[in-house]
Unconditional design. Sequence first.
Length: 352
Amino acid sequence: MNASQLLKFFEARRRREEPLVLVTVFDTQGSTYSKAGARMLIDQNGDFQGMLSGGCLEGDLAVRAKIVVESGSPQVVTYDLSQDDELWGLGIGCDGLMRVFLQPLIHGSGYQPFAALADILRGHSMAVATTVIESTSPATPPGATVIRNDAGAQVFGMSDDCAEALTAAVPAVAEQGLSSVSQVQIGDERLLVLNALVEPPPRLLVLGAGLDAEPIVRFASELGWRCTVVDHRQAYIDNGDFGRADTALCVPADNLADMLELPEFDFAIVMSHHLVSDRSYLRQLAATDISYIGLLGPANRRERLLSDLRQSGTDLGDRLHGPAGLDIGGRGPAAIALSIMAEMQQQSRRRC
């Protein structure tokens, strides 16, 4: 899921007060394109953002979404892809089973619970969304949701007491780092519940706005990452192709920490090709908790910078990756950018 594209799709429909359907994978078995917690949105015309099956099932989901919009009632659908030749005639051959939950989002209810999920995706901290998929209790109907993060809990479609009982009964997903579905018992009632992580897309700080920074920004944008580009040279900012970055700023290298909230970033790549500036960037990044700090350039350049920093008492530990990027072969800005983004993407999965 590209969170940035999903949010743009959502905001465009919300401005027009159009109904939507939130489709969430809540259970899988075997080989499937998506796993529990994956989401997509479908509008009343069948247009959608996000993919749950690589395009194989989205057409059928669009038809079902229209029924959900018209009825105002959620729906559970099971796709057994191991039997697709007989059921769908698509020859997918995924040999997996996927169960999805479709729930309506309307203007009258403030597009909840997705509006709250959207706020999480725009923010900085992870949350856990607990959604009732099936229920024997009128007090906790399908679609009722609790969203919890460090700021507290938001409750939709049930009372606070029910929400408290529900969250006490489900596993501690945040500690496990995995979304999962579970059967829970609350009194005499039985519920099928999805406990899903909601993770804001990573924030990437690109320090240097040369030509080789442009493909970094493009790849980051394709992944849905939020990207800020900084350079101490105004001409580089003005002439660079950084339209897909969230922000592109001209900031003196020594003023970086004064101008930006560095702890908000998850990743940083130092690539100004200017030794003094790179040294200043690394010194300021060392004072943060950013877990991945990439450095462009050969190993001897890295050692020179690290030696200078050690003399001033600055230590980056094992957070510095330089030369940045996985060894995937290839030359030129695009190949180097791909190797760097691949390494950061690999690192991002370890945050979970």
